[in-house]
Design a protein around this ligand. Sequence first.
Ligand code: URA
Ligand code: SF4
Length: 184
Amino acid sequence: MGSEYLLGEVAKEVRTCEKCDLCRSRKKAVPGEGSGRSGVMLVGEAPGGKEDESGRPFVGVAGKRLEELLRLAGLSRDEVFITNIVKCRPPGNRRPRRDEAESCHEYLRREIEALNPSLVVLLGVTALKRFFPSSEISTARGIVVESGGRRYLPTYHPASMIYNRSLESAVSGDFRELKKLLGR
Ligand code: URA
Ligand code: SF4
């Protein structure tokens, strides 16, 4: 089965999913998107307001920052696959709860399996903790870790640099490192 078909099936199920309470307050569920042809997948936290309106990941302010960061890695948005830990916006943009992330994990697992990325970039603490619960973002970031035959690169969430400018050079550095990792 081709990855495009499988990803389409996941997206279809996500759009009508009612597996957790986030379905009650969402406008649109937000499945992952992108060709992923560079072999790079990025995992954020949860849709925000713009994403909830449009049904697409990282289209708001955080999306702008992410696109700038991708450029540092020599990547464009259409070459990667972008998704989130939970596919529906938490009310007031609060952090998704563990039970919500667990309810939604099956979709993320299938996105990863379908795309079979060579590298999964974990954007921020929510994504990091889902895969590596005992890791801390401040020490884990910028270092590639292998787990279950897959490579992960944790870094700060692109939105965090909007609120905390001191993180900007760290995140930018991590994306420049990504460029080297990809041999670009
Ligand atoms: N922040 C995220 O983590 N994901 C989005 O899709 C948008 C903002
Ligand atoms: Fe379903 Fe995930 Fe949305 Fe919850 S967050 S309703 S599990 S798609």
